[in-house]
Design a binder for this molecule. Structure first.
Ligand code: 6GU
Length: 234
């Protein structure tokens, strides 16, 4: 069972780098960085070739909102990687966060956790000029079929689920291995958890969990997980 590579170096391109300061302060993200991963927010505006920090423009053909410009994204990627971004995606996953992209699930998170490095591109407002997606990007990823005001929250969701898969990040690797939707549980939701008190208002804990019988506990958990996969129980 593959928990991913040792570390992942993530660059997230955004118009709002300070938003990621909060994310970088989360315990598991701090742990991941201490273990050699990195999360860097790169400002599209820092290298824009346009006046007054302009990065987006009105859509050709008319319509509401603003579109992130292809020349601006090219300049930002060139400044960061020192190469033509058309070639970048041949050797590095360059992921645009778009509502219509490939849906993020546990399998995609594991796949991304196996990469040595990721580039995440956040769009704002109406999104990306199509030529960015066509020529610079290797993947388009969505976190669900609804629309957010921008890709930043989606990028944080992607990074959260990727970083917590890295060895050592959660402190106990078994918690990432045997969790909801994981291969270890055959894609099923996780079994129920209980902790002290063993009795509360007459609500009890399943006897088997108090038995100290590890094989029976294991069997019970797998059975519960399979039952939950069959759909919500009353
Ligand atoms: Cl990745 N971006 C935006 N703007 N909205 C979304 C999304 C991404 N995933 C779901 N909704």
């Amino acid at each position: 069972m593959d928990l991913g590579s040792e570390a992942v170096h993530i660059d997230v391109f955004t118009l709002f780098p300070p938003w990621f300061d909060w994310f970088r302060g989360q315990r598991h993200v701090v742990n991941a960085m201490a273990l050699g991963s990195s999360v860097e927010a790169v400002d599209y505006r820092a290298h824009t070739p346009l006046k007054a920090g302009q990065v987006d423009d009105t859509p050709f053909g008319g319509g509401a909102g603003m579109v992130l410009r292809v020349d601006v994204v090219e300049a930002a990627l060139r400044a960061r990687y020192g190469e033509d971004p058309v070639g970048l995606r041949e050797h590095r996953r360059v992921i645009a966060l778009t509502p219509g992209g490939r849906l993020l699930d546990d399998a995609l998170a594991s796949e991304l956790a196996d990469e040595p490095a990721l580039t995440l591109l956040c769009g704002r407002y109406e999104g990306f000029d199509e030529r960015i997606l066509e020529h610079f990007v290797s993947d388009q990823v969505s976190i669900g079929r609804y629309v957010l005001a921008g890709g930043e929250l989606a990028a944080m969701v992607v990074m959260d689920t990727v970083l917590r898969k890295l060895p050592g990040v959660l402190g106990d690797d078994s918690s990432a291995r045997e969790e909801s939707f994981s291969e270890a549980l055959e894609g099923a939701p996780e079994y129920p958890h209980y902790t002290r008190p063993a009795q509360w208002r007459g609500w009890t804990v399943p006897e088997v969990l108090l038995s100290g019988h590890h094989a029976r506990v294991d069997e019970w958990r797998r059975e519960q997980s399979r039952r939950r996969a069959g759909g919500p129980l009353p």
